[in-house]
Design a protein around this ligand. Structure first.
Ligand SMILES: [Zn+2]
Length: 54
């Protein structure tokens, strides 16, 4: 999975764990956002940025 901020590759070990964590590349706080029951009928997980202080 790619970091939405810096595009670093991040290994997700547990897709059920939505505890925020820090991206090792850009130090932004990321969180797994799981959307159940999508159009495709499968759980869709994306990485979102928790903090974005410019
Ligand atoms: Zn990053």
């Amino acid at each position: 999975m790619r970091c939405p901020a810096c595009d670093d590759y991040i290994l997700i070990e547990d897709f059920q764990d939505d505890t925020p964590f820090e991206c090792p590349g850009c130090k932004k706080i990321l969180k797994l956002d799981t959307d159940e029951g999508t159009y495709f009928g499968a759980t869709h997980t994306t990485l979102i940025i928790m903090e974005d202080e410019e």
